[in-house]
Design a protein around this ligand. Structure first.
Ligand code: ZN
Length: 315
C-alpha cells in the first residue's frame, strides 16, 4: 500500500497544501485563501475540508495517510500550541489537536521558518545532511535548526530566531528592531536592513555611488551594485556578510551543523553571498567546525509546505 502525507504552509494571506508520497515526491498541490476574519476561526476547518475532499477524490483512505504537518507563522509549543499569532488573528490555538479532531488524522505543527529549514534538509539545499541551520533572509531574518533530522523548537518555541541575535552595536544600525532591541542581525542582514544601511552611508558621506541614482532603492539594487564593484554598495554588502558569518560562527559553537543553508529573497544574490558569508565564517569559527559547508536554499516558496510534510512522513 502506497503511503502519503499532507504538508500545509499556513500564511497570512494564503494556505498552500501539498499531497506528498512519504518519500517526499509532490503528488498535487492546492491553494486557498486564509480567512483571518472572526479571529481566524474558519482557518483550520477550511484546511480540513480541503484535505477531506482531496482524499475522497483521490480514493485515499485514512490508513494510507500518515498525517498532516502544518507550518504556522508564529512560535509553536510542543508541535501543537500557538499562543497568539497576529497575522492569523489567533489567540491560544491548539493547532494539532484541533486539526486532528477535524480530520481524524495525526497532526504536527511547527513554526513556518522551522518547517522551511526541515524542507531544505529533507529535499532541498541541505539534502543528505542530518544537522542543518537555515538562515532566511527576507523582509526580516528568520531561521531554523535541524538536529538529527528533527526541528529544534526550544522551551518557548523560539529556537532558530536567529534574526534577533543582538550582534551589531546600537549606533551601527538605523532605528529599533521590530522586537524592541537595537543591533539585531535582522537590522543588518534583512532586505529592509540592507536598504536602510545603504541610505545611512549615503547620508553620512559624499562618496559617489550608483545607488544615489536609484529610487526607490531595493536590497537587490545594493547587492547588484556591490557585485558590479560599486564601493559604497560593496561596503554595505561586506558589513552584512561579516555579521552573517559571525552569527554562523556563534551558532556553530552551539549546535555544530553539517551545513548552513541560506534562503529568502536576499539569497538570490547567489554564490556572491555564499562566498562572502563563508569567508567571514572561517575567520571567526572555532577550528574544529571551520569547514562547515554553506549552500543556497533550493525549494523557494515551497520549502514550508515540503518541510511540513517532512514532519509527518514517517509516523
Ligand atoms: Zn530584533
Amino acid at each position: 500500500m502506497d503511503k502519503f502525507c499532507f504538508g500545509v504552509d499556513l500564511g497570512g494571506t494564503t494556505v498552500k497544501i501539498g499531497l506528498f508520497s512519504v518519500e517526499g515526491n509532490l503528488q498535487d498541490k492546492w491553494e486557498i485563501p486564509t480567512r483571518t476574519e472572526n479571529n481566524g476561526a474558519e482557518i483550520l476547518s477550511d484546511i480540513a475540508a480541503l484535505i477531506q475532499n482531496k482524499m475522497t477524490e483521490g480514493h485515499l483512505s485514512k490508513e494510507q495517510v500518515t498525517g498532516i504537518g502544518i507550518g504556522v507563522p508564529g512560535p509553536v509549543l510542543n508541535e501543537n500550541l500557538v499562543q497568539g499569532c497576529v497575522n492569523l488573528g489567533w489567540g491560544h490555538v491548539r493547532v494539532a489537536d484541533e486539526l486532528s479532531a477535524l480530520t481524524g488524522l495525526k497532526v504536527k505543527a511547527a513554526n513556518d521558518a522551522n518547517v522551511a529549514a526541515l524542507g531544505e534538509q529533507w529535499q532541498g539545499g541541505g539534502k543528505g545532511f542530518q544537522n542543518l541551520v537555515m538562515f532566511t533572509l527576507g523582509t526580516g531574518v528568520g531561521g531554523g535548526i535541524i538536529q538529527d533530522g528533527r526541528i529544534i523548537s526550544g522551551a518557548n518555541g523560539a529556537a532558530g530566531e536567529i534574526g534577533h541575535m543582538v550582534i551589531a552595536d546600537a549606533d551601527e544600525v538605523v532605528g529599533t528592531c521590530g522586537c524592541g532591541h537595537r543591533g539585531c542581525l535582522e537590522q543588518v542582514a534583512s532586505a529592509t536592513g540592507i536598504v536602510k544601511l545603504a541610505e545611512k552611508r549615503m547620508a553620512e558621506s559624499s562618496q559617489e555611488s550608483v545607488l544615489r541614482t536609484i529610487s526607490p532603492l531595493t536590497a537587490k539594487d545594493v547587492l547588484d551594485a556591490a557585485k558590479a564593484g560599486d564601493a559604497l554598495a560593496a561596503g554595505v554588502a561586506e558589513n552584512m556578510m561579516q555579521y552573517l558569518g559571525k552569527a554562523a560562527a556563534y551558532i556553530a559553537c552551539v549546535v555544530n551543523p553539517d551545513i548552513f543553508v541560506i534562503g529568502g529573497g536576499v539569497s538570490r544574490a547567489g554564490e556572491y553571498l555564499i562566498e562572502g558569508i563563508g569567508r567571514y565564517y572561517r575567520e571567526f569559527a572555532f577550528h574544529a567546525s571551520a569547514e562547515t559547508k554553506f549552500a543556497l536554499a533550493s525549494l523557494g516558496n515551497d520549502a514550508g509546505m515540503i518541510g511540513a510534510a517532512g514532519m509527518v512522513c514517517n509516523l
